[in-house]
Design a protein. Structure first.
Length: 576
C-alpha cells in the first residue's frame, strides 16, 4: 500500500459515498489539462466513472488492466503516478498518449491500434492460469473497437477458455465518427437475458448508466466474485460533462494544444492533404459514375465524409475493419467500380495479406490512399506511417506514388483513375506548401521524375513531401558553393531503372531522401539498382529503431531530415 501512487492511495481510502464527487473533480481536471496540453478528449471524459470504479475495486497493479486503443486511459495515467507529467503528454520526451509497458507497471499491455485488448488480456489470463497466479484480468473495449475482426476472434476464443477475464464494453455508440454497421444497432437493442454474448458462453452483465460510479463499484464487486469469462456492457456518453463535446463528439474526439498555446496567426497556412483528397474524390465522382470510396471508420479523419455527404450511396464506412475494407474494395473493382480505399498507413499494416492476396495477385485497379504516411507526430510509434514503402515495395503489380505537394496529390488521384492495376498513393498528415492546387485535372500530367534544379557536384533524389526540405538544402548548399541536381521522384515503384543507371554514371554521389524507414525503403531500392556501379548511394531517412513521439519538425531536425540536416550530410560527403 505504501508504494502505491498518492492518487491511488487517496482514492482507495475514500468512502464509496464520496466517489461521485471525486469523479467530478477529476473530470474538471481532465478538461482543463487536455485543453491546455492537447490529446484525446471526449473518450476520456466518458470513462471517468469506469476508471475510478476499476482502480477502487481492483488491486492494481497486481490485478491486470488493458485499455483497448488507449484513447480513454488518461485518468488511468493520472491515478497511477503520472499526474505531474501530464503537461508532457504526446510531446517529445514526454509521456505517451497511449498505455505503454515501459512507462508504468500499471500499463499491463501497450495499445494504440484498436480491437487488441481481448486477445491481450486472454493471453495474460492464460499465462497466470499456467503459473497458478490468482488475480483479475480486465479489458476495456469500446463499441467502436468491437467492430474490428480481431475482437471477435478473441471473443470466440475467450468464451470457451474458462479463464478469469472480464471484458468491459464501453458502449457510447461512437468511434471517432458515429458507428456504422449492424453491431451498433444490435448493442442498442439487444436482449439483456438472451444475446450473442450469453449464447457464446459469457456471463453477461449490463449497466444502463455508466456514470453512476457508486452503482458501478457495487456491481463490479459482485461481478468479480466469478472467475469465469464475463462481459460487462456499460452505456456511457462520450464527452460527458463538457457540453460542446457531448453535442459534437466527432469534432471533440481530440484537441491540439496549439488551440490554447499558439495564436491563429502562428499556425501554418494552407489546406490539409486529407482535405485535398476529400475534395478531389468528390470531383472525380462528379466526373465518373463508377468512382466509389471506402474507409474503415475514418470518414472525418480521412475527409472521405465529403464524398459521403454528396454521394452516400457510393461511399462506404465499413467500421474498424481494415482487412475487410481492402478485400471489399477488391470486390468492387472486380465488378467494374473504381475503388478509392483510404486507410491510414499505420492501419494498412493490418490489411497487408489482403493487399497481396486479394488486390495485387488479381491485379485489380484499386487505389490505396495512404493517409498519415511517414512520421505522424504526437501520436507516436503506434501510429507512424514509416513502413509502407518498405512493406509494399516487394509486392508485384503494385505501384507506389508519393506526391510532393497538394497539386501533385490531386493530379495523382486523377491519374490513378486511369491506371489499369493497383496503385498506392502515400501522403502525410497535416498541411503542405502549395496553395494553388485546386485546378483542372491535367491529362498531360506525368508520373515521370521531375527535375527541380540542375547541378554538377551531387544528385539528390527526393521522395514525396521531403521535397520541401531538399529544396531548402539545395539553397543552403548553393551558398557553400556546392551545386546539386534535385529530382522529385513521384513514383517510388516502379523506378526508372535506365534513368537511374544513367544518373549513376554521371554522379559519384547520390543522396536519397525519404519520410520513411531506410530499411527496404526508397533509397534501398536505388542502392539495389546501382549495386554494380561505382557511384555511392547515401540514404537519408529514419533509422532502424522505434521512433518516439514528437512533432514532425522535431523529428526531421533530430534525424537530419530538415533542410539544414540534409545540407550538412551532403556537404560532409562532398567536401569532407
Amino acid at each position: 500500500m505504501n508504494n502505491l501512487p498518492e492518487h491511488i492511495k487517496r482514492l482507495r481510502s475514500s468512502p464509496v459515498t464520496e466517489l461521485q464527487q471525486i469523479c467530478e473533480q477529476y473530470r474538471r481536471q481532465l478538461i482543463e489539462d487536455i485543453l491546455a496540453h492537447g490529446g484525446h478528449f471526449s473518450a476520456n471524459l466518458g470513462t471517468v466513472e469506469i476508471t475510478i470504479a476499476l482502480h477502487y475495486v481492483l488491486d492494481t497493479p497486481f490485478d491486470q488492466l488493458v485499455w483497448d486503443v488507449g484513447h480513454q486511459a488518461y485518468l488511468h495515467k493520472y491515478l497511477t503516478g503520472r499526474a505531474d507529467q501530464f503537461h508532457t503528454i504526446r510531446k517529445k520526451g514526454g509521456i505517451s498518449g497511449f498505455p505503454k509497458r515501459s512507462e508504468s507497471e500499471f500499463d499491463d499491455f501497450g495499445t494504440g491500434h484498436s480491437s487488441t485488448s481481448i486477445s491481450a488480456v486472454l493471453g495474460l489470463a492464460q499465462a497466470d492460469r499456467i503459473n497458478n497466479i490468482d488475480r483479475q484480468h480486465v479489458a476495456v473495449i469500446g463499441d467502436g473497437s468491437l467492430t474490428g475482426g480481431q475482437a471477435w476472434e478473441a471473443l470466440n476464443n475467450a468464451a470457451v477458455s474458462e479463464s478469469n477475464v472480464l471484458i468491459i464494453i464501453n458502449d457510447n455508440q461512437m468511434g471517432i465518427d458515429p458507428n456504422a454497421g449492424a453491431l451498433n444497432h444490435y448493442l442498442e437493442n439487444l436482449d439483456l437475458a438472451n444475446n450473442i454474448f450469453s449464447q457464446l458462453g459469457f456471463e453477461y452483465h449490463h449497466s444502463e448508466d455508466g456514470h453512476d460510479v457508486v452503482n458501478l463499484v457495487e456491481q463490479l464487486k459482485q461481478i468479480n466474485k466469478s472467475k469465469k469469462p464475463r462481459i460487462w456492457h456499460i452505456k456511457t456518453i462520450k464527452g460527458k460533462g463538457y457540453k460542446p463535446a457531448e453535442e459534437e463528439q466527432t469534432k471533440w474526439h481530440a484537441v491540439k494544444y496549439v488551440k490554447i498555446s499558439e495564436s491563429v496567426g502562428s499556425q501554418k497556412p494552407g489546406i490539409k492533404f486529407q482535405d485535398v483528397f476529400g475534395k478531389t474524390l468528390v470531383d472525380l465522382a462528379d466526373r465518373y459514375e463508377n468512382v466509389v470510396g471506402i474507409t474503415p471508420a475514418m470518414p472525418s479523419g480521412s475527409s472521405m465524409k465529403m464524398l459521403m455527404d454528396v454521394y452516400p450511396e457510393r461511399c462506404f464506412d465499413v467500421g474498424i475493419a481494415e482487412q475487410h475494407a481492402v478485400t471489399f474494395a477488391a470486390g468492387l473493382a472486380a465488378n467494374g467500380m473504381k475503388a478509392y480505399c483510404n486507410v491510414y498507413s499505420t492501419f494498412l499494416q493490418r490489411g497487408y495479406d489482403q493487399v497481396i492476396h486479394d488486390i495485387c495477385l488479381q491485379n485489380l485497379p484499386v487505389v490505396l490512399c495512404l493517409d498519415r504516411a511517414g512520421h505522424v507526430g504526437e501520436d507516436g510509434p503506434t501510429h507512424h506511417g514509416l513502413y509502407d514503402i518498405s512493406f509494399l515495395r516487394s509486392v508485384p503489380n503494385l505501384e507506389i506514388w508519393a506526391p510532393s505537394d497538394e497539386y501533385e496529390l490531386r493530379q495523382m488521384l486523377y491519374a490513378a483513375y486511369h491506371a489499369n492495376g493497383p496503385v498506392a498513393i502515400r501522403y502525410p498528415r497535416g498541411k503542405g506548401t502549395n496553395s494553388n492546387w485546386d485546378v483542372e485535372f491535367d491529362k498531360n500530367w506525368s508520373i515521370d521524375p521531375r527535375m527541380i534544379s540542375s547541378g554538377k557536384d551531387a544528385l539528390i533524389l527526393s521522395a514525396g513531401t521531403m521535397l520541401e526540405h531538399t529544396k531548402s538544402a539545395v539553397q543552403l548548399l548553393d551558398g557553400k558553393g556546392i551545386s546539386c541536381e534535385l529530382i522529385d521522384i513521384k513514383r517510388v515503384k516502379p523506378l526508372p531503372i535506365d534513368g537511374i543507371v544513367t544518373w549513376g554514371k554521371q554522379y559519384s554521389h547520390i543522396f536519397c531522401v525519404e519520410d520513411g524507414v531506410i530499411v527496404g525503403g526508397f533509397g534501398s531500392a536505388i542502392s539495389e539498382i546501382l549495386s554494380g556501379e561505382a557511384t555511392r548511394v547515401h540514404i537519408l531517412g529514419f533509422p532502424d529503431q522505434i521512433i518516439e513521439q514528437s512533432t514532425r519538425q522535431e523529428a526531421f531536425t533530430e534525424f537530419g531530415l530538415d533542410g539544414a540536416g540534409i545540407a550538412q550530410r551532403v556537404a560532409s560527403v562532398i567536401r569532407p
